[in-house]
Design a protein. Structure first.
Length: 109
């Protein structure tokens, strides 16, 4: 399940998560964001152990600023509220899963 993340819900959702959190920062006008949306939805559906959140940067500029988002789509992986890694690009599902696994393992360059 994907969660629409807002600044008001950040502490409850992200800091309250038990495990890994993936945040997809996107904009509705961004073609690569629209392309990665079904990939993120598949990850959310197939991996309930990952808290998957979506942030519309136009609707939530404070969250975009908090993560210094300059480009969309940007994916961020967090654990216990700590940012482990972020990347600004389109990826297929295998790429997203590898990015998450590498971030959790501390292997992101």
């Amino acid at each position: 399940m994907e969660i629409t993340l807002t600044a008001d819900k950040y502490d409850e959702v992200v800091l309250g998560a038990d495990g890994t959190v993936l945040i997809d920062f996107f904009a509705t006008w961004c073609p690569p964001c629209r392309a990665i949306a079904p990939v993120i939805a598949e990850v959310a559906e197939e991996h309930p152990e990952i808290t998957v959140c979506k942030v519309n940067v136009d609707d939530e500029p404070a969250l975009a600023d908090r993560f210094a988002i300059k480009f969309v789509p940007t994916l961020a992986v967090l654990r216990h509220g700590k940012l482990l890694a972020s990347v600004s690009t389109y990826m297929d599902k295998a790429g997203v899963m590898k990015f998450i696994e590498d971030a959790v393992a501390g292997d992101v360059q």
